[in-house]
Design a protein around this ligand. Structure first.
Ligand code: CO
Length: 169
């Protein structure tokens, strides 16, 4: 399992809902968590491993108890605005400022099939918004402030150039 980097097409696809939680899903979620920890990330969405399903893993220190896997997550309420500093495992070396909601309410299922309703703000709220965006093919570069977009434009072009060259091999 590897992390898919920008501008791979799968990162722009709308991911499919998970219909049934089986052993395969549980195993993949475990592997995603491992990969996230190895990569020193705090969130990872299934499309980032090349799997177009609505599943995300999140571990923001101490915030969610044992819940780290969220299936078919949806934002059901968003309030306020919050300017966050973000990075993304699919964009090595890129960080930027993104306008987010200050607090969100998320509905999702865990691996036991239990329905969760989570109210999250600050960093955790941002991670939920960032990862759920991935499931809709939306990337943090789409929502960056104009200043951050400008600051990263050259690096992004370079990613696109390298990708095209690799595709052409
Ligand atoms: Co990301």
């Amino acid at each position: 399992m590897n992390i898919v980097t920008y501008p791979a097409e799968i990162l722009r696809e709308k991911a499919e809902p998970i219909e049934e939680i089986n052993d395969d899903i549980c195993r993949t979620a475990d592997e995603m968590l491992e990969l996230m920890y190895e990569s020193e990330g705090i969130g990872l969405a299934a499309p980032q491993i090349g799997w177009s399903k609505r599943l995300i893993v999140i571990d923001v220190k101490d915030e969610l108890g044992d819940e780290k896997v969220f299936i078919n997550p949806a934002l059901v309420n968003q309030e306020g605005t919050f300017l966050s500093d973000e990075g993304c495992l699919s964009f090595p070396d890129i960080t930027g400022k993104v306008m987010r909601s200050e607090t969100v309410e998320v509905v999702a299922f865990n691996l036991k099939g239990e329905k969760l309703k989570i109210k999250a703000g600050g960093l955790l709220g941002v991670v939920f918004q960032h990862e759920i965006d991935h499931l809709n093919g939306v990337l943090f570069i789409d929502k960056m402030t104009p200043g951050s977009s400008l600051a990263n434009a050259k690096k992004l072009k370079e990613f696109e150039r390298i990708y095209k060259r690799v595709q052409a091999l």
